[in-house]
Design a protein around this ligand. Sequence first.
Ligand SMILES: Nc1ncnc2c1ncn2[C@@H]1O[C@H](COP(=O)(O)OP(=O)(O)OP(=O)(O)O)[C@@H](O)[C@H]1O
Ligand SMILES: [Mg+2]
Length: 426
Amino acid sequence: MKATPLWLGAVRYEGPCFRLSEARGGPGDPPLAVKLPHLDPSFGEDRESLLDELSLCRSLPEGISLKPRGPAGVDLPGATVWEWVEGQPLSELLGAPMRPASAVRALLCFCGPLGDLHDQQIVLDDLRPEALWLDRVRGTALFLDLSAARFAGPGRGGGKRSLEERRLEILAPEQSGLVALSVDHRADLYALGALFYWMLAGRPPFAAPDRTGLVHAQLTATPEPLVARCPGLPLALSEIAGRLLEKNPGARYQSALGLAADLRECLDQLQIDGEVEPFPLGQRDASPVLRLPRGLFGREDAIAELRAAALDPAVSAVAVAGPSGIGKSSLVAAALAGSGARVATSKLDLVAGRAPLSALREALRPLVDRLLGGDPATLNPWLARLGADDLLAASLVELLPSLSPVLAAQPRRWCCPPWRPAGAFT
Ligand SMILES: Nc1ncnc2c1ncn2[C@@H]1O[C@H](COP(=O)(O)OP(=O)(O)OP(=O)(O)O)[C@@H](O)[C@H]1O
Ligand SMILES: [Mg+2]
């Protein structure tokens, strides 16, 4: 590229780390585009991002990004040159509700390149609609901005883009960095879902007066079903959007390919009679990555039994026994999760030769800590009850010395309980 002068034309896209302008090179050259890092005296990080993006795109199959030509050279430090293709950004389609078939067709165009990208274990991580480039006549699409793209891998949080730089209308919960989930290709599918919703409803799934409110909504709120916002919309389309917008990545579509299969089915039906008969979604949705599902297998009965016992006031204790690693702790956690039961749990590890009553202490410690850290209105009735029984109070203080100062304030006559075998607690 170094010998060819470049004439820069109209700016077609402006992102967080570069501006893309149409450009003309030498005679016979295809139309070109130049990505210029944002003006910064040092061209610091943005320059690196563009060169990283260039080498990434050189390694990708065709049809995902613009075709890379190379760095622009010394006259435009940090800039990169690409072959330009005509099209329009998806953002131009987001003003008013689209016809269902048009929205499905537009979304389908992005499923192919996104699936190809994910097959390379790359997450796009930023699907801002200005950079989703669509050729509706040819039915193709590509991504103008892969500067945030990265290899999918474990790691919590926001990736290369800061939260300030992100488009919050399409922010997957895990991209906020505020939940303990790593970002993988399913965050891209969430963003596609938000865009699909936006195309069909004419507005994004969530609205809030400020950015904090929008992040909060993405983390906690359930979007109003599309059918409620768009009367007459085929239910399947509403359900596809809902599935893409699931907070839990495991409940979303797992692959762009699986999504594309359902969209194609919808489009076929829409083109025949303008309706979509309900059909089971996700039949061809296989994850491109082997992912072990969370949750326990084959323990449904035990979970139900344990949960019932935890909620039954007549049951005061339940023992769960089994060899190490069989799943005791996981079973108890699954039974108690979301049950609302107030129980204390503990582990009696015979292998480690622990004192027999130490399990009792470990079960009570979090309860006592919570009680002591709470308000006096809750604490005082408990102290009165415990202090009224000398033997119980003495045993509890020995078990949990943190109770001593508060129980000492209660009237008592207690002494050391006579029945305790030596070494029972520690
Ligand atoms: N039924 C199951 N389905 C899926 N995973 C399971 C199942 N049972 C156990 N596991 C997995 O096996 C691992 C060990 O389970 P867990 O820690 O609950 O065992 P444990 O009996 O409490 O062990 P320990 O005696 O060492 O405390 C966990 O990662 C858990 O998720
Ligand atoms: Mg355990």
